[in-house]
Design a protein around this ligand. Structure first.
Ligand code: ADA
Length: 567
């Protein structure tokens, strides 16, 4: 299930989920032996979507794996194959023919196959989950190195003239909106066609015309003035469902009207300052890895609402559309980011063109996919890279420029772990600080002094007027480990660190909100062969407010009292 609502009433769609043929290729011989033409006999099966590391005997496997399934065309027809997320490198073959390559992990890519013949077709996907110095994330990362096809593979049947892409944008003045809808049609027919094109809002026809469509692409731009729109507010969301019908094809998405600004160190939604009360959420579970099922998203949402949150940071990658739909529906602010994490090797990584190109592609795909979601307020370009070096500046400027070019309605941000030495502060609309006083360094009470020093530095760099969000802080607490003394790794100590930090941040008028690290415990990058993060007890990052099965720790109840009292 990809969305909480139907995206098409006419276009036929099918999720190719279930059991696929699967084989590991640790020596990477499949390409030379042309497995795309003759898939090996000795395969096992693997569920799609899933992470293979959650299956028996595959916990440790990082590398190449091949998947195979088939689908049937009742007649010759145009087919779109959408891969909603495949971790790492992906090569896709249909009937032995290479359709293309994609690098990424958490955003979709697709192929249109025009006039695909009737009959059975074999679909093969080669994936490679290997992380290195130039992958995003790189090989040193504090989450589990999963592999696999982690989100649905969707097959869509397209008519001769179909909606290729579309976008709804608006300018808001009070409650009046200048709405512009751009639809890009694609025609697989040789002759010119007359195509009726209609737009509906909540089922009501709001536009109708006939479009002359020639072979290839045709763009249609519709401009309207809407007055008295219902605004999407935090905790009180209003959504508009827009449907475009072009001949025998249709698409549906939802938008929400809201204005995002910053003023006096606060984030303003529709002119109202909102103190952000949030958590960092990995979309991860010990049984499903990153192939997180919608039913559990609903549960995560309920637990987060119960906690008194009005925001979530999607640490550290674009999260499922289904999750964003839920946040849209509940008026929760979302921070979306690409999985650039850490990267402590300036020359080799941050200064590398391939690395930067990969980041640009990921940002592009994230914004393309999620532009319509009103819940998204922040686009974040990286987390905890070495922001003290020139390479970071060389890398970051084009990333920020790309975000601004693609979407000027939202705020561009990042999360720094070097607040006192960071040279990038002036580039952003909002600054996120990750610091672990009370855990990795010093006492939690030291936060007050750290922030004083930070503000002085931000002022000196001319970035003193920007809102600052505490995007990470916390401590590990092993579920069930309680006692009388404030021992590291106890639930008691964790609750002490988080509650003290929250109060210090709230008293600082220049802090606009908090994202506790983290919502739930998650698997750490600690396999038998792992050399990093060896301090992660149980091979988990235990800083969750709830454990990996979403059972509350003491800190959950403490934070609930605090967040709810601030609402
Ligand atoms: C960093 C990082 C998180 C997590 C955290 C921790 O701030 O961004 O992903 O690794 O530290 O628990 O140490």
């Amino acid at each position: 299930m990809i969305r909480t609502f139907k995206e098409h009433l006419i276009r036929q769609t099918l999720e190719l989920d279930g059991s696929w043929d699967f084989i590991l290729d640790p020596q990477n011989i499949g390409q030379s032996e042309k497995w795309q033409e003759r898939f090996p006999q000795d395969h096992r099966s693997m569920f799609v979507p899933a992470c293979w590391n959650n299956e028996l005997n595959l916990f440790d496997y990082e590398g190449v794996a091949w998947y195979r399934t088939s689908f049937h065309n009742l007649q010759e027809q145009h087919v779109r194959l959408i891969f909603h997320a495949v971790l790492g490198h992906a090569d896709v073959y249909v009937d032995g023919i290479h359709l293309g390559y994609h690098y990424g992990g958490y955003s979709p890519f697709q192929f249109d196959l025009e006039r695909l013949s009737a009959g059975n077709h074999e679909l093969i996907v080669r994936t490679d989950s290997t992380l290195d110095k130039l992958t995003i994330p790189t090989e040193v990362v504090d989450w589990f190195h999963y592999g696999g096809i982690i989100r649905p593979v969707e097959l869509q049947l397209l008519p001769d003239v179909y909606i290729d892409t579309w976008r709804v944008e608006y300018e808001l003045a009070g409650r009046d909106a200048d709405v512009s809808i751009t639809v890009r049609l694609r025609s697989a027919a040789a002759e010119e066609q007359q195509v009726p094109l209609s737009v509906y809002e909540g089922g009501r026809l709001i536009h109708n015309e006939t479009v002359q469509v020639s072979a290839g692409q045709t763009s249609v731009s519709i401009k309207q003035k809407w007055s008295d729109v219902r605004l999407w507010n935090v905790g009180k969301p209003e959504l508009y469902s827009i449907r475009v019908v072009a001949g025998q094809d249709d698409v549906i998405d939802r938008i929400g009207f809201r204005r995002i600004e910053t003023k006096d160190h606060r984030i303003l939604i529709n002119g109202v300052p909102v103190y952000l009360q949030g958590v960092n959420r990995h979309e991860e579970h010990p049984e499903w890895g990153f192939a997180f099922p919608p039913k559990l998203m609903q549960k995560d949402l309920d637990i987060i609402l119960e906690l008194g949150c009005n925001t979530v940071r999607g640490s550290h990658y674009p999260q499922s559309k289904y999750w964003l739909d839920l946040l849209d529906e509940h008026g929760i602010v979302f921070w979306s980011e690409i999985p650039m994490w850490g990267c402590f090797i300036p020359r080799d990584t941050l200064g590398n063109t391939l690395f930067r190109d990969r980041a640009l592609a990921m940002i592009d795909e994230m914004i393309e996919r999620d532009y319509h979601h009103p819940c998204i307020v922040f686009w974040s370009v990286h987390n905890e890279i070495d922001t003290t070096c020139e390479e970071a500046e060389w890398l970051t400027k084009p990333l920020v420029d790309l975000v601004r070019r693609k979407d000027s309605s939202r705020l561009v941000t990042y999360a720094t772990m070097h607040p006192l030495k960071d040279i990038l502060l002036p580039l952003f609309d909002v600054i996120g600080i990750n610091k672990y006083n009370g855990w990795y360094e010093g006492q939690v009470e030291g936060f007050a002094q750290l922030l004083e020093q930070f503000h002085a530095r931000a002022d000196a760099l001319g970035a003193g007027d920007k809102p600052v969000l505490m995007t990470e802080f916390g401590a590990a607490g092993i579920f069930g480990d309680v006692g009388w003394e404030p021992r590291l790794f106890s639930e008691d100590y964790q609750a002490h660190v988080v509650s003290t930090a929250l109060r210090i941040f709230k008293e600082d008028p220049r802090i606009g909100g908090t994202y506790i690290w983290q919502f739930s415990d998650v698997r750490a990058d600690l396999k038998s062969s792992g050399t990093h993060f060896r301090d992660r007890a149980r091979s988990f990052n235990n800083k969750g407010l709830v454990n990996e099965y979403r059972k509350p720790k003491q800190v959950y109840r403490t934070v609930r009292d605090i967040y709810r009292s601030w609402k």
